[in-house]
Ligand binder design. Structure first.
Ligand code: SMG
Ligand code: MG
Length: 369
């Protein structure tokens, strides 16, 4: 396949309600969209999951755009004929920037699979047509507001609830929700808000029969997670710390994680995600698909990934309506707590170009030389 041009477009989508985590509050989702056009006549799309600010991870939206324009795209153009399977190796000399790398690899994969008439799901090795949906619930202003929001998600049919926690918003909200929903699969996510000295406090979560505690400590403190895992009975699940197959292998060997949250953007793409999935299957580590407030473009590919056999826990693969009143693709609508895996070629969703136009805050087309 030969790339003709790449379009980089930033859009801004309002959220249906603010989303607060231990590192900040989001009111809208600004995101970089990448479209590749090939000489063979196919188009491929991808969301770049980097947030506007480097608070979840070191990457951020305009930094991702910069590294794509300055280094990643010129390298790909220079290479000439390209397949998605070659992208990671080609971009390896440029350190880090997994989210930016994942974006170009995913768009190329989409264009390639569209040409071949193959869906993301079949390419990756999906073994089901529907995936179970979980929902990630932000830190609420009050316990009452949390109860109201969670009740709505239960009514919607979500099969697993994840509560965002931080110091001062942990034991109490978890206790209240567990009392309200004694049988609901429930987990928490701290986004690195605790430290090694919080072990006693985190032990307090053992009373609530949680599926897991996600990323309680700093992303670089893998040993700290191993020490914590030895002290608490709730499984520890790494998110931010897992940035590659190598880091997944190391964290498993150190017993720092007994469950893994796979986010394609965080690990450099769907192909690396597949390798981590295969490793986890081999090591008996349950995996689930994380979320980065993706539009329908990223959600489509995530739902396909989540339909692989090793994804045995519900992911943060919620319906489009969880975050957006209107999506930029045909919306993902949950039925009986599940989303259908798209079956069309590539990511298998229709892009609403008029709506994207309305949401656009910047756009640029780069022609391959
Ligand atoms: O897309 O459903 C989603 C968001 C899920 O909580 C979610 N993501 O650490 O897992 C995580 C966070 C990262 C993004 S928070 C702005
Ligand atoms: Mg997380």
């Amino acid at each position: 396949m030969k790339i003709k041009s790449v379009e980089l477009r930033t859009i801004n989508l309002p959220l249906v309600r603010p989303f607060r985590t231990s590192f900040g509050t989001q009111y809208d989702r600004s995101l970089l969209l990448l479209k590749v056009t090939t000489h063979e006549g196919s188009e491929g799309w991808a969301d770049c999951v980097a947030m506007v600010d480097p608070l979840y991870s070191p990457e951020y939206m305009s930094g991702a755009q910069d590294v794509l324009e300055r280094f990643l795209l010129p390298t790909i153009f220079h290479h000439g004929e390209i397949r998605a399977e070659d992208v990671a190796e080609l971009l390896k000399p440029f350190l880090g920037h997994q989210m930016a790398k994942a974006t170009i690899e995913t768009a190329i994969l989409d264009a390639q699979l569209k040409l071949e008439g193959v869906s993301f799901g079949s390419y990756l090795g999906s073994n089901k047509s529907k995936v179970d949906c979980g929902v990630s619930v932000g830190i609420a202003p009050t316990i009452d507001a949390l109860v109201e929001e969670v009740s709505q998600y239960v009514t919607d049919g979500y099969r697993r609830i994840k509560l965002k926690i931080e110091p001062g918003w942990d034991i109490e909200p978890v206790r209240v929700i567990r009392e309200m929903l004694p049988n609901m699969p429930l987990q928490v996510d701290a986004n690195q808000a605790y430290s090694r000295t919080d072990t006693e406090l985190l032990k307090g979560l053992d009373a609530f029969n949680l599926l897991l505690i996600e990323q309680p400590l700093d992303e670089h403190d893998v040993l700290g997670h191993a020490l914590l895992a030895a002290s608490v009975s709730t499984p520890i699940c790494l998110d931010e710390s897992i940035t590659s197959l190598q880091s997944a292998r190391d964290a498993i060997a150190m017993k720092a994680t007994t469950v893994i949250n796979i986010k394609p953007g965080r690990v450099g793409g769907y192909l690396e995600s597949l390798r981590i999935h295969d490793l986890c299957v081999e090591e008996n580590i349950p995996v689930w698909c994380g979320g980065m407030l993706e539009t329908g473009v990223g959600r489509a590919a995530n739902v396909a990934l989540a339909s692989l056999p090793g994804f045995t826990l519900p992911g943060d693969t919620s319906a489009s309506s969880r975050f957006f009143k209107r999506d930029i693709t045909n919306p993902f609508v949950m039925k009986d707590g599940q989303l259908s895996v798209p079956t069309g070629p590539g990511i298998g969703v229709e892009i609403d170009r008029d709506f994207i136009e309305e949401l656009t805050t910047s756009s640029k087309v780069i022609l391959a030389p």
